[in-house]
Write a protein that binds this ligand. Structure first.
Ligand code: SAM
Ligand code: SF4
Ligand code: F3S
Length: 452
């Protein structure tokens, strides 16, 4: 691999989209670091500017054009030449086609080509011509690349890539390919290594983690993976995302029985109307989803449930939407990511006509947000006066004297930094916080226990 032109170069990386992209960025950074590059915080200080792109909704898609154009007005690069690279899902979707509209882009690399990013950038420096690589190759190969982790105490661990579900609105299966699971032992070994390095919290990543192993073993083995990862000694395990149709009883048992698996579950519902769920190709009904929630709560009564919901799927009626509202009220989510439907060319839903006016969709969206805010507020009230162990991540953006941590239910926790302690000493530690205020999006209180 030729990378001699990279030694001593500075790079800036901006990431859009989901945790998969965030993790891919950690691998790209790791690779560039291993070639002697240095990460910088501003694009103007960088010889290499990288955008890791997302196209799940139109808003994410269009942002790339503004970002790339703004690079034209940057001062000259420290080394005299600046290389602009575009990776991630837009790069995978559009390939060389991106060069038509983005004339200052030097490198385009797809989601399956990140192992080659250093060579491509090196060649762009040497030859000055555009380099494009968006081939199908082993999508799990990136997991053997060097890894630049922003935090020493927690890590994302991809367990599979791609998605086989083809929900009718979603572009992801087209840009990330089919499901491919990493080897079971490789994942467990990786977590074991991370624990030895001091990692306390891991998040297992995949578009549908419940079907982990189907391609390797003929049946999903996510429950076994949870148990094996629990045996590594890692203190906190989260995972995302779970598709409701694949959440097996043995997985719910593992969640209830493995102490390190945190009482939190992200289970995207998308709609509360069985009619819309069918059009979305989600392969479960409202009743089946609610039944699943009951089964999860039977085993883990205080679980924090979060979800994704789309408002304005083509043809969604007021009656369909009210079914979504009532489902959200019934479940009582601790958190929800709410989206307005965005037409994605090439997906089946893009072919469905929608007569619903935009202002009606916006008004429904706001009604849903209100229901979610109320349920998040109600959920947090359960922890008022409780003592919550918070893994400290840093300080509040608004007030540097307030520490910010995460509870086992993934709630944000705020508390004044105790006298005589510096935040640097607390980051990555778990502190006990006595909660005296429970708001919609955070708990706050006082540190009462020493850190560990
Ligand atoms: N695989 C995950 C799952 O099914 O839970 C979801 C991954 S996707 C990156 C995150 C969320 O984006 C989806 O759950 C869905 O709510 C939303 N989404 C996907 N396509 C969308 C579209 N065309 N318009 C609006 N929201 C969309
Ligand atoms: Fe998209 Fe559906 Fe796959 Fe999630 S499960 S990534 S929403 S196709
Ligand atoms: Fe976006 Fe690609 Fe993730 S489209 S949401 S970055 S898989």
């Amino acid at each position: 691999m030729q990378t001699s032109n990279l030694f001593g170069k500075t790079y800036f990386i901006r990431t859009f989209g989901c945790q998969m992209n965030m993790h891919d960025s950690e691998r790209v950074s790791g690779l560039l670091d291993s070639c002697g590059c240095l990460e910088v915080a501003q694009p103007e200080d960088a010889d290499i500017v990288i955008f890791m792109t997302c196209c799940v909704r139109e808003a994410a898609d269009t942002r790339l054009y503004g970002q790339c154009s703004s690079c034209k007005s940057l001062p000259p690069a420290p080394s005299g030449k600046r290389v602009i690279a575009v990776g991630g899902c837009i790069a995978q979707r559009d390939g060389a086609g991106l060069l038509t509209n983005l004339d200052n882009v030097d490198v385009i690399f797809g989601t399956h080509s990140i192992t080659h990013v250093a060579e491509l950038i090196d060649r762009a420096f040497a030859e000055g011509s555009s380099q494009v690589l968006c081939e199908e190759s082993d999508p799990c190969a990136a997991t053997s690349m060097p890894w630049h982790r922003a935090e020493s105490y927690r890590a994302w661990v991809p367990i599979m890539t791609g998605c086989n579900n083809f929900c009718s609105y979603c572009i992801v299966p087209y840009v990330r390919g089919r499901e491919k699971s990493r080897q079971f032992e490789e994942i467990v070994d990786e977590v074991t290594g991370l624990v030895r390095m001091g990692v306390r919290e891991i998040t297992l990543l995949g578009q549908n983690v419940n079907s982990y192993g189907r391609d390797l073993f003929g049946e999903p083995r996510f429950a076994e993976l949870l148990r094996a990862v629990g045996d590594t000694g890692v203190e906190r395990i989260f995972f995302t995302s779970s598709h409701p149709k694949d959440l097996l009883p043995q997985t719910i048992d593992a969640m209830a029985e493995v102490p390190a698996v945190m009482p939190q579950l992200h289970l995207a519902v998308q709609s509360g109307s069985s009619r819309i769920l069918k059009l979305m190709n989600r392969r479960y009904t409202r009743e089946q989803y609610l039944d699943l929630i009951d089964r999860v709560r039977d085993r883990i009564p205080d679980i924090a449930l979060s979800t994704d919901i789309i408002v304005g799927f083509p043809g969604e009626t007021e009656e369909d939407f009210e079914q979504t509202l009532s489902l959200a009220e019934q479940v009582g989510y601790a958190q929800a990511f709410t989206f307005i439907y965005s037409k994605r060319a090439g997906t089946p839903a893009a072919e469905i006509d929608d007569p619903t006016p935009r202002d009606v969709i916006l008004e429904r969206f706001n009604r849903l947000v209100k229901v979610i805010e109320d349920s998040a507020y109600a959920f947090n009230q359960h922890d008022l006066n409780a003592v919550v162990p918070a893994l400290v991540e840093g300080t509040s953006k608004k007030d540097p004297s307030i520490l910010l941590g995460k509870s086992p239910k993934n709630q944000t926790v705020h508390a004044p930094i105790p006298q005589g302690v510096s935040i640097e000493d607390l980051v990555g530690k778990i502190v006990d916080v006595k909660v005296d205020r429970a708001r919609t999006w955070y708990l706050s209180g006082t540190v009462i226990g020493s850190s560990r």
